[in-house]
Design a protein around this ligand. Structure first.
Ligand code: DP6
Length: 326
């Protein structure tokens, strides 16, 4: 291939309704259980990859800043996997921007590694199936597999690399849900997801959580396809609570909630009991993702903004797939 082949891709963040927590193989990021998520429209990463035989090493510029430490190393390892798959030996320059602030409680690894994978493959001029793009993205960050396909997505757990892929189960127009994110902290989490996954098995609860995950996923998928909000809300909250029960009982214990996170969860359940279609889910951080119908979104936003301890409220609708921009 010639020098300086470049491509730009954009991928949305996603929020999991059935969570990924713990791997059966940490190196290959083969998850302990299948998960289900919704892409978040408008919360995205745009990444340009340039393969250039003249470069002596890979480089990463993130939100305008040249990175040299652990972030570059993780990207470099992912580029190694892509080089291996495509039979390349050139180095790459990677320039990436998130349109949401890092540390605003919106996981950036999913959109980042999805955009990186799609841009790197396109820049090499290779044509891979969406399914294979999801497996490649998974090697960089598990949840990135779910940011490649469109809308509502299931990522399948499996024992082999090629079998653990993600696929869309419904497009973004299937159900006009909104993720209203209550930002309660901008602090960077002390224990990131990657470290958390490796300690999930130290909780006695993880085996049970994993054992019943297929049943929860089936229930969640059915509620989603039927647009049955009450059934959906119950399973989404239960799955989030189960993951946090595992986190809190791992060794060392991981407490991602803050007191205000618990306040919001309590209020959300009350609001739903009073007829407002909203439920909560939390990832590896204290910010609360309040999932509601589009009709309820203004009310949910107003109520969250009125709560003390809520620094900021952001809203996102179901998003499309990762796309090549140029
Ligand atoms: C709690 O995909 O961020 O958000 O594979 O190590 O990058 P790595 O982990 P990551 O884990 C996401 C965990 C979660 C739940 C979820 O999104 O399913």
């Amino acid at each position: 291939m010639g020098t300086g082949q470049s491509a730009t891709a954009r991928a949305n963040a996603n929020i999991a309704f059935i969570k990924y927590w713990g791997n059966r193989d940490d190196r290959l990021r083969l998850p302990a259980n299948s998960s289900l998520s919704m892409n978040l429209d408008g919360l995205h990463t745009v990444t340009t990859v340039t393969w250039d035989a003249a470069l002596s090493e890979d480089s990463l510029t993130l939100n305008g800043q040249v990175e040299t430490g652990a972030k570059l190393e993780r990207v470099r390892r992912h580029l190694d996997a892509i080089r291996h798959r495509l039979g390349l030996d050139a180095h790459a320059s990677v320039v990436s921007t998130n349109n949401f602030p890092t540390g605003a409680g919106i996981a950036s690894s999913a959109s980042s590694f999805a955009a990186l994978t799609v841009a790197a493959v396109a820049a090499a001029g290779a044509q891979l199936s969406e399914r294979e793009l999801t497996t490649l993205a998974r090697l960089g960050s598990g949840s990135a597999a779910r940011s490649v396909p469109s809308g509502f997505v299931v990522w399948h757990a499996a024992d082999r690399h090629e079998d653990s892929y993600a696929e869309s189960i419904a497009g973004p127009d299937h159900w006009d849900l909104v993720d209203v994110i209550a930002v309660v902290s901008y602090q960077h989490k002390e224990v990131g997801s990657t470290a958390g996954h490796t300690s999930a098995h130290t909780s006695e609860l993880q085996a049970t959580r994993v054992e019943h995950a297929p049943q929860r996923l089936a229930e969640c998928k059915a509620a989603l396809l039927e647009r049955n909000f009450d059934a959906f809300a119950e399973i989404v909250e239960r799955d989030s609570n189960l993951m946090h029960a595992v986190m809190m009982t791992s060794r060392p214990p991981l407490f991602y909630w803050h007191p205000v996170s618990l306040d919001i969860m309590t209020q959300v359940r009350r609001w739903r009991a009073d007829g407002l279609p909203v439920c909560y889910t939390l990832d590896a951080g204290p910010n609360v993702h309040c999932i509601c119908t589009a009709a309820a979104a203004d009310e949910v936003i107003a109520r969250l903004k009125a709560m003390s301890g809520v620094d900021e409220v952001r809203a996102a609708r179901p998003g499309g797939p990762a796309v090549v921009l140029s």
